[in-house]
Design a protein around this ligand. Sequence first.
Ligand SMILES: [Zn+2]
Length: 237
Amino acid sequence: MAAEALYNYKIKCPFCETTFETTRMRPSAVRVKEQQSDFGNIFEGECPYLYAITVCPNCSFAARNSDFEKIRVSAEAKIMSASKQLRVSTKPKPDIFKLGPSTPEVAVKRFELAIAFYKMRYVMEMGVLANMYLHLVWLWRMAGNKEKELLAIAQAAQVYEEYLAKAYTLPESLGEPGVIYLIGELYRLQGKLKEARRLFESGLGSKELRDYPKIAEMIRDKIAEIKADMEKNPQTA
Ligand SMILES: [Zn+2]
């Protein structure tokens, strides 16, 4: 099953023009077992998060699979200069370039590299960046590393707040209420119940709320959960 889910894909790095293979997961093999409160999924069988990033083994350029070949090289002077510097360094090839089944720890390294390159881009979409930070949360959770997961949650919350404050367009699937819900939930997961409650309540005040009935329900459930937790542990209130 796992062997069929994964395949190696031949691709050319747009910056150093090296042709190499990268392991990808077939979308048809993705089986969601459970959706978590921060939109992360638990999967049956292979996890697509482990195969979402392509990394060039020659110059280390890394991007989401969907962006890797689409990037306009002529517009990306900063990335070109990083690619040139990195391709002359003679460090041994780390496991981020390995083909075949991967692990959450390796996927974290790939995402971190993709984030670093994404920040060099001529035009950066905050939503894409925030979503990559959110993947770090899910990956550390998958790895069972609670400490790193909490650090990633704090970082993702910060990037999503910046996104909400500056973004012109929010993802249609979430809308303003969904993004506010997510930030609130990232606070709740850190045990910051007061901040979480403040955000959830502001989500209920969103003008777009009526277009997102499912999110509205999720927000109300979380407010009820927080109220119950605060009654049980009055020191958190
Ligand atoms: Zn390259």
